[in-house]
Design a protein around this ligand. Sequence first.
Ligand code: HEM
Length: 448
Amino acid sequence: MSQVLPDGSQQPPLLQLLEWIANPFGYMERSAQRYGDPFTAELRQSNPLVFFSHPQAIQAIFTAAPDTFDAGRANGLIRPLVGDNSLLLLDGDRHAFQRHLMMPPFHGERMRSYGEIICQIAEQVASKWIPGQPFRARDAMQEITLQVILHAVFGLADGDRYQQLKPLLASLLNLTGSRLGSSLLFLDVLQKDWGSWSPWGRFKKRHQEMTTLLSAEIAERRAQVDPTATDILTLLIAARDEQGQGMSDEELRDELITLLAAGHETTATTLAWAFYWIHKLPAVQEKLLQELASLGDNPSPMEISRLPYLNAVCSETLRIYPVTPIVSPRILKVPIEIMGYLFEPETMLAPCIYLTHQREDIYPEPQQFKPERFLERQFSPYEYLPFGGGNRRCIGFALALFEMKLVLATVLSRYQLALVDKRPVQPVRRGVTIAPQGGVQMVITSKR
Ligand code: HEM
């Protein structure tokens, strides 16, 4: 007997997929309104995908034993970008081991050591903005976050290879970043290399260039290991499992691309949204500026990162339009019962970040940007999940939050900015993420 899945759209899977690509938030909202929570989506090329937004269901998924699900298998979409050995695509023991190796640089003292450089990079990028000349906040933020991640991953802040890597990575991500380009990842029929004039041909060419550069960097680093270096590449080269086995060149290369890609687009997009809300809502801006001023001149990165209202602004930014609408789908390996449904192996379960963050019962007036809600109460990890959860929770969450706070504090305390266009900005798809349409046009009105 086949399992009884929650209700969902009866439209053909290809049509559902096209709507999911073109308007993901709309697709989720309409489905939830019509079919409730949970609902089932049939997207071409995959097993049924069940969306959940009830905290109890999310808790059941995030706290299940790690061998209940595979998640890497469900991320095949990004394989052309990150490669077979990416943490995002691994499952089981390999995933657990690789994750264990990759976590330390993103937390504690290591992460805090990036504080000064993040502020310097933000200051240097902002110093190039010309008063009165509009710029796109998302591009500017991407410039900052790209430099930060290159620094953290390679310990590089300059040099030939750095200068080559920076534009290459940006253009690679831009190729899959437009609404049209997103279809490249979702629809494998478009993945045909018809030479450099075809989008996939261009993608493949840039990807090959990127692979060559990274392989050269890995070979050089292996040849001369610097025992004092603390960058992530050096740490990964030195890492060994219990049998003394280290990572192969291919594994290293794929993890580097994963960190570079996962580590800066997401943070840049969230920062662009933060700039949007802060300048859209004068009361938020005023309160934030007062809090920043209370630290006096030249506060330390740690002092900035502990500011409660700044933290609330970042949290609310990640709540209202989360960068990824769902967590990595979990593919069941054993049957599980959730919310009265018995799901069978191979069913895909997706805790839905966006719909959970839009629940009226947890977040009254969910469409309103209200940082105060994060000062008034604490939300559980099953009510607030911008970084996912369980054994797949984002490994870069602490770095992302730290970076967001430092960039906002550095820029806002030096420049008075304004939105160029007063109309509301809509969220649109950018690859597997969701970003502000038009990138948020801003202008410097004065220096503080
Ligand atoms: C605002 C910024 C960011 C957001 C919103 C974000 C969000 C997410 C989400 C939702 C997941 C999936 C979690 C799950 O399936 O439960 C994830 C996974 C991941 N993120 Fe992030 N992320 C951000 C920044 C970063 C940074 C800075 C890095 C690293 C430098 C990073 C590296 C990763 C990696 C490697 C994974 C895969 C983890 C695994 O599968 O074990 N992310 N992120």
